[in-house]
Design a protein around this ligand. Structure first.
Ligand code: KIV
Ligand code: ZN
Length: 554
């Protein structure tokens, strides 16, 4: 169990829970596990691994993380304590039981119970009185504690709750066994001085043994400022996500909070246990897995975070780095893009460079990526780190390969109609071919795929970008598709939880899927990315028991 320490801020990463709630950020169970391992290596104190009652898939992902990441010493940090593994639960027995059965095998299992305390939420959403909420919060925390877990409690919409009532609820849950009090600014409404006052008032109202945690959303771009204000006021845990992904505008970003505390230790007088040199690598990993690009101007991990364009700045940095740099690029694992490998490089050097870049591959995936690297090196003068990362990311099996591209031929130009002929191998191993016309070659190819697969998806977004400069650059394509087929079914629903609160429209969030691919030919990359997204849609339909009734309920 974590203990309050005057100069230590504990990091509870919620990329896999609140982060994954970002529309379209659906992660597979394997991706979640990879990210959880990387978070453990980064040195987070806890991983909120998911919302086990939301679906059997979520439950299984949390359970795997609890057993494979939370129970053992971390590879690469063998002496380190494994992080706490946290399962989210509404204040309902069914949710708490699901969370406990998912996290119980971790060395440090934690259940995170939440219940709204603002009048707005209680009246319009929960339809409960203050007395009922007070009683329910204490009762459910005691129930969770009775199972043997460490219990964290969140008064949802805490920043818009009446402080006196909020204090009463927090005192009640501490009496019932909660040791961590997480104070969500659920809708990103707070401003720093106000949030700091709230945290200070809670500090004074509850026993000093309770750890106060900040959880801030970024609707007004204040998530990091509010979290820091909370830390300055005495909070000793921060709930954050990699790249700040999360509901709507997202959460406080881990890398910003960690580097603000470290760079301005003089101001905050506390620090985390994070190994910041892994930040850029993990940021890229999460970006690739979720399909959410990192904006170039993103603080700490953006491509331009350490780029000095103007002559005056360049001159200043060359004379004395600190004139324009408050952090060193190497402190956060950012390094200048280098010319690293060429057509004479061997498989071993290629594999080792991928490990350094945080995109390790082995087995068949390594062989395929190496083959593609050699082919690329034949026609492209310079192979740079982003090319390697794009190739490696492309080879990581991220969606069930139900439908595979066998061949593609397109005709386009100013004369005639853009046409695409697509040959696919289906789940039964048989190949099928279809030709279609469209507004352009990509449109034509997608139409041919739609006719062959009949998945019933709608394209929401297609983003094409060159990985490096030059006309011989690799093209990277990201697509988002919406599953047009609603699940209906008969899976059992925890009615108490449904009556209590339907917190997130997970059913609709779950219906947006992304795909990603890289290739020297952007039409080929687009087709591969589209197929990956389509495969994800079909894959989740196959594994969703009862057609998604559990998800629709949570
Ligand atoms: O933002 C929020 O209120 C939450 C709670 C579930 C902690 O994410
Ligand atoms: Zn949240």
């Amino acid at each position: 169990m974590i203990q309050p320490a005057p100069d230590r801020v504990y990091i509870l990463d919620t990329t896999l829970r609140d982060g994954e709630q970002a529309p379209g950020a659906t992660l597979t169970s394997d991706q979640k596990l990879e990210i959880a391992h990387a978070l453990a290596r980064l040195g987070v104190d806890g991983i909120e691994a998911g919302f086990p009652a939301a679906s059997p898939d979520d439950h299984e992902a949390v359970r795997r993380i609890a057993t494979e990441v939370g129970a053992a010493p971390t590879p690469g940090r063998p002496q380190a304590e494994p992080p706490a593994i946290v399962g989210l639960a509404r204040a309902a027995k069914g949710d708490i039981d699901a969370a406990w059965s998912a996290v119980r095998d971790a060395a440090h299992p934690r259940i995170h119970v939440f219940l709204a305390t603002s009048d707005l939420h209680m009246r319009h959403k929960l339809k409960m009185t203050r007395d009922e909420v007070l009683a329910r919060a204490g009762e459910m925390v005691a129930y969770a504690r009775g199972l043997g877990a460490e219990v964290q409690f969140s008064p949802e919409d805490g920043s818009r709750s009446d402080p006196t009532f909020l204090h009463q609820v927090l005192q009640a849950v501490v009496r019932a066994g909660a040791t961590i009090l997480n104070i969500p600014d659920t809708v990103g409404y707070a401003v720093p001085h106000e949030y700091a006052q709230l945290i200070a008032s809670i500090r004074a109202a509850v026993p000093s043994s309770a750890i106060i945690s900040v959880h801030c959303h970024d609707d007004l771009g204040l998530a990091c400022a509010n979290s820091l204000a909370g830390v300055a006021a005495g909070a000793r845990q921060a709930e954050v996500t990699i790249n700040g992904i999360g509901e709507r505008a997202g959460n406080c970003s881990l890398e910003e909070l960690v580097m603000a505390l470290r760079t301005r230790r003089d101001a905050f007088r506390c620090d985390t246990a994070i190994d910041a040199t892994q930040l850029c690598r993990l940021s890229r990993q999460v970006s690739r897995s979720t399909g959410f690009p990192v904006p170039p101007n993103k603080a700490v991990v953006g491509e331009n975070a350490f780029a000095h364009e103007s002559g005056i700045h360049q001159h200043g940095v060359l004379q004395h780095r600190e004139t324009y740099e408050i952090m060193k690029p190497e402190d956060v694992g950012a390094r200048a893009t280098q010319l690293v490998l060429g057509k004479h490089s061997g498989r071993h050097a290629f594999a080792a460079r991928l490990v350094e870049l945080g995109t390790p591959l082995d087995g068949d995936a390594l062989d395929r990526a190496f083959g593609r690297f050699k082919a690329l090196a034949e026609r492209k003068k310079e192979i740079r780190d982003p090319d390697l990362v794009a190739l490696a990311a492309d080879e990581v099996a991220r969606a069930p390969a139900l439908w595979e591209l066998v061949a593609l031929q397109v005709g386009c130009g100013t004369v005639g109609m853009p046409t695409a002929t697509v040959k696919l191998k289906g789940p039964d191993g048989a190949t099928v071919v279809r030709a279609a016309v469209g507004a352009g070659p990509i449109d034509a190819a997608f139409k041919a795929i739609d006719e062959l697969v009949g998945a019933g998806v709608a394209l929401e977004e297609l983003a094409v970008q060159a990985v490096t400069e030059g006309t011989d650059a690799l093209g990277e394509v990201g697509v988002r598709v919406r599953d047009g087929v609603d699940g209906t079914g008969t899976a059992a629903v925890d009615q108490a939880a449904v009556d209590l609160y339907d917190p997130y429209d997970r059913a609709s969030k779950r219906r947006v899927f992304h795909g990603h691919a890289a290739d020297g030919d952007i039409v080929v990359a687009s087709v591969k990315a589209y197929l990956e997204a389509v495969n994800r849609v079909i894959g989740q339909r196959d594994v969703r028991p009862g057609g998604g009734a559990i998800e629709a309920a949570s």
